[in-house]
Design a protein. Structure first.
Lengths: 329, 310
């Protein structure tokens, strides 16, 4: 196995709220190898975005209270703020969910795409703009040189997301974190942006962390996938194995709750019963047990850790760790 | 499982088509300027202010070329001259000083103090509001409580005290008025920063590795600038009123230096002898304040995104 580029070890990020301490990320560990595309899926509020922001140390007002984020062997959680700024946008770039609000409305697009190289390489305005225009062309902005002179509101949503991707890539970072990059876009534009991300991954060899709640996106994009629930990773493994034979009841339920074009017959969709738990007040034992169709007595008592289940997957579930298969009721 | 690659097989329009034909680059500033230009009343008011400002700057020149008099040159042979097409267009006062000349020079003081005050309160207010809104936490608490204290001081007593301690000239007077005025600006800027700070592009810019100063000066400041411009254009009118009132009460610019306010004070004793002495400075103040307010409102309307048509 290749040396991991990014290694997250037992990361804990908490938010202080009026009701108490909210554990948004509760002991997350994973690795990212160079050039790989890793998917992180889960419902809203399960800690996907906070995990990504914690890697960038942008989780404020939350606090990282434990764990390590090793980037090429260096622990990012120990860096000073100026050292961390050198990592942000240079080594690790991030793309956000809503391209409509992620660009500064008062600056021309070219200026904004040029900003990272001006910050990190100290390039002058002319050189940075030239490379920005070049990058805008590469991400599929037609007549990039003249479009660079336009303002964000003159771009459509899909075009703005291309701009955001260009902005992330000007410094050729080694890791690109895409936080729900297609959620705010309509379906055809989504497909274009995902194609672009795949191309970026191929052409620049940028390792990508793709955060989404769309399982279809993960299926088409990612070699490996992490499934998160209530701030923890509940299952991980190669995408095709996880989707074919989920080893955690949550993954299993998620997969049953989405429509499939290749279904044999007309099946009703099965939503997951109940609601995700409040992160301030997690149920004892496995956080998913109140909604789980397979729960056993032990689930409400002990919290399972992520262990190897089957040949390629890991799951945090007492039932599958005991060797039982998940079968539809 | 449907992967996005299947969706991508559908024949998509080339990405270029969605952008439409080339349009001229229309920035927020351009659009606002277009809206402002379309507002005739606002623009006329703005032009009046600009003309007054030019007159104030050119006062020494005008008093040689146009009125052939100096603001403090006394001519006891021609006191209380009536306005007319003679040598004194707007007449003279009780010491025979030419009213028009004194109004021209008074504009230097009144407008000068107004612009200077606005500049001072905006710079201090913006700095404090920006730091407060950006950093939040205890910095915000300390700065905003300080602003509360400043705004709780009864301004008129402060002005009286200050003008006793420092014999006011244009600069100290501006500083005195600004020492109260910045509080409101600080609150305004803080509120705006709090709202802009929440927008995704700030987080996105931070994720590019920008530091606090860059975020504040290059990214937040241009976004709060419209609010500042509106505050400035509405502020000028208010400050002229305050300044005139202070002069009138004898707390501002002291005679014989002419200011619109102290010209009023001076002439109130001669109201029945020559009403013009009251009317001209009064009308000048009235027009200036009215025009600043009209212009300020026009600027606010021009920048207000809710009025945007697209």
């Amino acid at each position: 196995m290749t040396q991991p580029l990014l290694e997250v070890q037992d990361l804990h990020t908490v938010f202080q709220t009026k009701e108490g301490t909210l554990k948004a990320v509760d002991g997350v560990s994973f690795e990212l190898t160079p050039g790989e595309t890793l998917g992180i899926v889960g419902e809203s509020g399960c800690g996907k975005s906070v995990t990504a922001l914690s890697i960038m140390r942008l989780q404020a007002p939350g606090r990282i209270v434990g764990g390590k984020v090793l980037f090429k062997g260096q622990d990012l959680t120990k860096l000073t703020e100026p050292e961390m700024r050198d990592v942000r946008g240079k080594e690790i770039a991030m793309i956000f969910q809503d391209p409509m609000t992620s660009l500064n409305p008062v600056y021309r697009v070219g200026w904004q795409v040029a900003e990272p190289t001006r910050l990190h390489h100290g390039w002058d305005a002319r050189k940075a703009l030239a490379s920005a225009v070049n990058m805008l062309g590469k991400v599929g902005i037609p007549s990039a040189a003249s479009r660079a002179q336009d303002y964000p509101h003159q771009f459509s949503g899909g075009m703005r997301q291309r701009v955001m991707i260009a902005m992330g890539l000007t410094t050729t970072p080694q890791v690109l974190i895409a936080d729900e990059p297609t959620t705010a876009l309509d379906v055809t534009i989504q497909a274009q942006i995902l194609d672009l991300l795949r191309e970026v991954n191929r052409e620049f060899g940028t390792a990508t962390i793709l955060i989404t709640h769309n399982l279809g996106v993960v299926a088409g994009m990612c070699e490996r996938v992490l499934v998160m629930y209530a701030g923890r990773i509940v299952e991980s493994g190669p995408t095709k194995d996880v989707f074919a034979h989920p080893k955690h009841p949550y993954t299993w339920s998620l997969l049953r709750s989405i429509p499939r074009l290749d279904a044999e017959k007309h099946e009703p969709l099965r939503p997951i019963e109940g609601v995700p738990p409040h992160l301030v007040d997690l149920p004892a034992g496995c956080a998913f047990h109140p909604r789980c169709a397979f729960r056993i007595e032990r689930c409400s008592r002990d919290t399972p850790s992520l262990e190897r289940v089957g040949d390629t997957q890991m799951a945090a579930c007492w039932v599958t760790q005991a060797g039982q298969e998940l079968r539809g009721a | 499982m449907i992967g996005p690659e299947r969706v991508a097989e559908i024949d998509l329009p080339a990405p270029g088509l969605e952008t439409g034909a080339a349009r001229p680059a229309q920035s927020y500033w351009n659009e606002s300027w277009e809206r402002l230009r379309a507002n005739r009343i606002g623009m006329s008011a703005g032009i009046v202010i600009v003309v007054f400002a030019l007159i104030a700057i050119a006062a020494p020149l005008l008093s040689i070329v146009l009125t052939h008099a100096q603001p403090q040159s006394i001519d006891l042979d021609h006191t209380f001259a009536k306005p007319g097409l003679g040598s004194h267009l707007l007449g003279t006062d009780e010491l025979g000083r030419d009213t028009l000349t004194r109004l021209l020079w008074g504009a230097r003081v009144s407008l000068g103090v107004a612009f200077l005050t606005v500049a001072m309160s905006l710079s201090v207010g913006t700095a404090v509001g920006m730091l407060s809104g950006y950093y939040g936490g205890w910095i915000d608490d300390v700065l905003m409580r300080f602003v509360d204290v400043v705004l709780a001081i009864p301004a008129i007593f402060l002005f009286i005290l200050m003008s006793i301690l420092f014999r006011p000239n244009a600069i100290t007077l501006a500083a005195i008025v600004a020492s109260v005025g910045w509080g409101g600006v600080a609150r305004l800027v803080r509120g705006e920063v709090l709202s802009v700070k929440q927008r995704d592009f700030i987080l996105a810019t931070r994720s590019l590795g920008a530091n606090d100063w860059r975020l504040m000066l290059r990214h937040l400041l241009p976004n709060v600038l419209p609010v500042l411009i509106v505050a400035a254009s509405l502020g000028v009118g208010q400050i002229i009123l305050i300044e005139s009132a202070l002069d009138f009460l004898g707390l501002g610019i002291q005679p014989p230096t002419p200011s619109w306010g102290n010209m009023l004070t001076n002439s109130q004793s001669y109201f029945f002898r020559s009403g013009f002495l009251v009317a001209f400075p009064g009308i000048t103040i009235f027009i200036t304040v009215l025009c600043s307010n009209l212009f300020g409102n026009a600027v606010r309307d021009a920048f207000d995104p809710r009025l945007k048509t697209h």
